[in-house]
Design a protein. Sequence first.
Length: 189
Amino acid sequence: MSTRYLESLFNPSSIVVIGASERADNLGGMVLRNLLGGGYPGRLLVVNQSGYDNVHGVHCVPRVSKMEFTPELAIICTPPDTVPKLVKKLGELGVRTAIVMTGGMSRTHSKTGQPLMYSVREAARETGLRVLGPNTIGLMVPARSLNATYAHIGAIPGRVAFIGQSGTIASSVLDWAFARGVGFSYFLT
């Protein structure tokens, strides 16, 4: 695995959350609230085709082609069948990294019959976009005030890093660390 664009993933100067709304159970909305609540210092934008002017106070546009700037990191929280095209378009627009939080990519199939996660991988390779996910809890970098997760609690800066595949285990580790005041430097699944 190369280190291409890892700085844009762990320390992005700008983020777009695709699919966020103000509904309490909306995945993108949870991520956006965590970014705002964690004090993320960079530029934020929301993409939602429902015609909102803003979501949780963050400017919203209807399509990625309408973004006023090219964010370093895109967080995708849209239905599985939308993700491959989004990944391709984001890469074509010059976005460097994406976190695909959408689940069900291995169970949902493309027109060719292959799971959509392979279509996402192909689109990312074609455009050079670096992707974390799909079906991830997200990424936390407390030292950078970055909580790009849907986790119900944040992490504090520290010297411990956790990298894992399971969102359930990641959430349990986070609960354990929070209860004991153990800080994380990086946290992702």
